[in-house]
Design a protein around this ligand. Sequence first.
Ligand code: ADP
Ligand code: MG
Length: 623
Amino acid sequence: MTAQEALKTYFGYDSFRPGQNTVVSALLSGRDALAIMPTGAGKSLCYQIPALLLPGLTLVISPLISLMQDQVKGLSAAGIPAAYINSALTENQIAKALQLAAQGSYKIVYVAPERLESPAFQAFAALADISMLTVDEAHCISQWGQDFRPSYLRILDFIDTLPKRPIVSAFTATATREVKDDIAETLRLQDPEIVITGFDRPNLYYRVEPTRRKDAFVADYVRSHPGESGIIYCATRKNVDAVREILQDEGIAAARYHAGMTNEERRQSQNDFIYDTAPVIVATNAFGMGIDKSNVRYVIHYNMPQSMENYYQEAGRAGRDGLPSQCILLFSPQDIMINRFLLEHKEVDDLDDEAAELLRERDNQRLQAMANYCQTTGCLRNYILRYFGEEPAAPCGSCGNCDRVYAETDMTAQAKWMINCVAETHGRYGKGVVLNTLRGANMARLRELGAMDYRSYGKLKDCTREELNCLLAQLLEDGYLIQTDDQYAVLRMGNITPLKQGAQVLVKLPPKVEPAEAAPQRHKASKAAQKGKGGLTGDGAALFEQLRALRMQLAQAEKLPPYLVFGDKTLVDMCAKAPRRLEDMKEIYGMGERKYAKYGQKFFAEIEAYRQDHPTADLGPQL
Ligand code: ADP
Ligand code: MG
């Protein structure tokens, strides 16, 4: 069987996604590989398909129990023999699994890194026919990353104990240079095929909503997206409980998740969410690692996270199935202050002064970049891509900012006053002092600094705070002003030559409405982007709901999360194609042979039934 055939037979997909084929071919030819691909890009298939086709067993090191269980259930549903070995099993179960593995009953075995040090496991490994060792979430090996796991460092020792060195492959979504080098070095990869795909996730729609009425926004949004699965991230436990209560008052089954709950409570919440019993979960950032739920349609941040790294990881849990999904950040300037406070009071016990200072500086830079994301009027997608080192060519045309109707205003005159003000402060003060001076605020702090005697004092008193913020953002972007990276974020002069030579300063200003009231309708493309049903309408959408109910029923009978029966995209494809012959169900996206045999008839019957109940139904192109 070729890799292409395996893709179709087991997973029901017609073609590889970018990067997948390169990794698969390298591994099948016996070469090591390191793949850096964003969340949802399909890293699992990159090792699962070679695992199927290589002669022996593939061991997959994975950091989280829930991840392993999810993967094994998914593989079993696709007809691939797999197992996991971790602390969720009893000693007896582990012995049994190892015995079966030794007999060659599995193609893939997932293990936690700690397990590699257990004598029983080592005894097994010494005799087993291990073709490949795969390190998933490989960034856990790097001390630079936030998910560092010391036991990952001992993977290499384990490889060295094996009678024959297996092919080694490593996968992660974390793209920084340090992490990449760390992985290749620590695992001592041999002439690896390195595949790095772009960071963009085109199906994610980014949006920043400046609003003071966050509760109302969340309630509205959830209410107007019934049945859709979503995560709402809050900064504190208190917020989690409060937001969840608001949703419950609306009659919405929302789960919650934070570190103040017992393990059992958290496990229950997580299951309610994964099994779609609770479509929505309100959580702190303690939630999400190890959640591979593919049909999360939106991720709302009730508070601004501390860094773009955190944001991208959390927001990235939306839309793993590739269907349009929303990532919305509710922003209020207060969030910046709260985060700054938290950083200042962060415990840095076991660090010496210099290291602690360095850490604080980095934290501040990250926070500043996050705050700028919330305040930019430029393309949000490009902001993210640039932050992660890519150079996008043009605005994406499909994010909240690209879709927002901005008025572009010539603010050259005001720009000059702002620059003058920074000159008058001799680059000693931050944004607060500068903007308040320009607005002519009557504050003790300004009196103390003598700012009231500046020529620029009060010169921009007719501008709103928001206009001044936009102007400042533009001047920073144009390089006329510079903001220091340290915690003081002081404003300094940049290169003002172009301005002296007559350049204009054009500023994009948001329309003058109270943001919360104007909420979602303001975005011209949001209607299309919000469609989690792949753009289905009318009969298509109605059929989708029926298929979704059938999926739920089957999933409950088998105690499987519904998305492991079929992903949303598979249901969408069924509605779009609405086959008239059973065997045409084989052409549906994600319909592998095992699933066709198991579910094909049932879903086909449901489509037929819909046609009979709705003789005039207008369903998809006829196959
Ligand atoms: P990652 O580990 O990179 O975050 P996953 O391996 O969990 O992503 O894959 C995300 C989703 O994409 C899964 O639902 C998977 O079935 C799907 N997928 C992977 N490869 C393909 C492909 N070639 N065609 C269609 N869907 C794919
Ligand atoms: Mg993965």
